[in-house]
Design a protein around this ligand. Structure first.
Ligand code: GLU
Length: 472
């Protein structure tokens, strides 16, 4: 099957939205273009002494705000077109949720399962060193994060390598986000993207007229969900949806899928995968040989949470879901998106929906630059204030609270926002506000949510350029 350029796909979506704005065509061209792409290759001496040539990339799409920001993926299909497209999506994503970065994305063209842990460490450190040499990484330049095939482990190697070469070690922690908690990471980053996807879906499902138009009732409770991809994002999205009362009827993975119209219990599937190395053959569920078929099965909400280019012109007409929630980047091509929108399917677009990861990365970066844990300075003060208020209430009503309640609050153990609470509430507020912003934009132009989201991004980036890149 012919795979069109991913970057061209993103640009089609951009061009469609740009028609609804009044910006100068030259400025639109500047916003759209990818400012820099670095393709590097270096040798890896493998554990057995053989030499592999490793190809890697970093694309910085837009410097209208700095640093640029975006993940690093390890996958065999990584190429320049892909990182440019993903970097562009990062620029628009950051603008939509008011996170003050330009977009970037990097990738190393490897199948990580074919390399040992120490080989992966050498690859990651060399990649970081090469980026540093060319000024493609730094707290104020370009800040990577985890993406498909990477996690906090690679991020800590990146930090450690950068720290050893920089002449500004004081701020070195802020050169990368998604680090382990206890090593500069922020609580809540691992689950952030999936948690953000959940907040976005919840918000969409809370708008009664929109749900009515789809023939659905409002709220998450009872909604039947199919998830494609049970990685970090897919797992956490499914977890929060399940906790809110959704029924997970299908899960697709690279080697096939599972379906049970009565519902699957997420953690039972995860335990089964731990034991057998596959989600398949789970007792009580039907195996679906070809995981692509699972996308086409009956459900209310379909969540693609794997890779790009999953719903295209050749399968879009068979999608039965009423809502497609794009947890991954670029799962739906522009033509497929258009035809599904015409069929009345509500698409919650990736540029908005998976922005939770970079939002919490922003909180981590702020923590690293301020050198203090969120809530550390104010938490105890909040507890004292609460006790003072309660004591005043006691005096007014002439009734005493339990001493234990007051001393628990005073000790800070049961009062005052912890870092995890603050991160979660910041994430929720960001996702809820941004949903209403893109929804309003879409309604005022009578367009779909993706176009509304792109219009919002274009306007904000244009403003960023006109201000010379001042924070919003
Ligand atoms: N890789 C994630 C994304 O695509 C997170 C990027 C970041 O935190 O910088 O949004």
């Amino acid at each position: 099957m012919h795979k069109s350029s991913f970057f061209a796909e993103v640009n089609k979506m951009f061009d469609h939205a740009a028609k609804y704005t009044e910006h100068d065509s030259g400025l639109l061209e500047q916003i759209k273009s990818c400012n820099s792409v670095y393709h590097l290759s270096f040798p890896l001496v493998r554990d057995n002494g053989e030499i592999d040539v490793i190809h890697a990339y970093r694309a910085e799409h837009s410097q209208h705000m700095q640093p640029t920001k975006g993940g690093i993926r390890y996958a065999p299909m990584v190429n320049a077109d892909e990182v440019m497209a993903l970097a562009a999506l990062m620029s628009y994503k950051c603008a939509i949720v008011d996170v003050p970065y330009g977009g970037a994305k990097g990738g190393i063209c490897i199948d990580r399962n074919k390399y040992s842990q120490s080989e992966l460490e050498r690859i990651t450190r060399r990649y970081t060193f090469e980026l540093a040499k060319k000024n493609f990484i730094g707290p104020g330049i370009d800040v990577p994060a985890p993406d498909y095939g990477t996690s906090s482990v690679e991020m800590s190697w990146i930090f450690d390598t950068y720290r050893s070469v920089t002449d500004n070690p004081l701020d070195a922690l802020a050169c990368v986000t998604g680090k382990p908690v206890g090593a500069g990471g922020v609580r809540g980053r691992i689950e952030a993207t999936g948690r953000g996807v959940f907040f976005g879906i919840r918000e969409a499902c809370s708008i009664e007229e929109d749900m009515h138009a789809l023939g659905l009732s409002s709220g998450i409770e009872g909604k039947r969900v199919i998830i494609q991809g049970l990685g970090n994002v897919g797992y956490h999205t499914a977890l929060y949806l399940e906790r809110a009362g959704a029924i997970i009827v299908g899960i697709a993975e690279y080697d096939g899928g599972l379906y049970n119209s009565k519902g699957l219990i997420l953690n039972e599937i995860v335990d089964h995968r731990k034991e057998t190395k596959s989600i398949l053959n789970f007792p009580g569920a039907t195996n679906v040989k070809n995981s692509a078929t699972l996308l086409e099965m009956e459900c209310d909400i379909l969540v693609p949470a794997a890779l790009e280019n999953q719903i295209r012109s050749d399968n879009a007409d068979r999608i039965q879901a009423k809502i497609v929630a794009e947890a991954s980047n670029g799962p739906v091509t522009s033509a497929a998106g258009q035809s599904m929108t015409e069929r009345g399917i509500l698409i919650i677009p990736d540029v908005y929906l998976n922005a939770g990861g970079v939002t919490v990365s922003y909180f981590e970066w702020l923590r690293n630059l301020s050198h203090v844990r969120h809530g550390r300075i104010s938490r105890r003060r909040e507890a004292h204030n609460a006790v003072n208020i309660l004591k005043t209430v006691q005096a007014l009503v002439g009734k005493n609270f339990d001493d234990q309640v007051l001393s628990d609050i005073e000790s800070g153990s049961s009062f005052g926002a912890s870092e995890a609470d603050l991160v979660d509430s910041g994430l929720e507020d960001t996702m809820v506000s941004a949903y209403h912003e893109i929804h309003t934009e879409a309604h005022s132009h009578d367009v779909d949510l993706r176009t509304g989201a792109f219009i919002s991004a274009i306007d904000k980036i244009a403003l960023g350029y006109s201000r010379g890149g001042i924070f919003p």
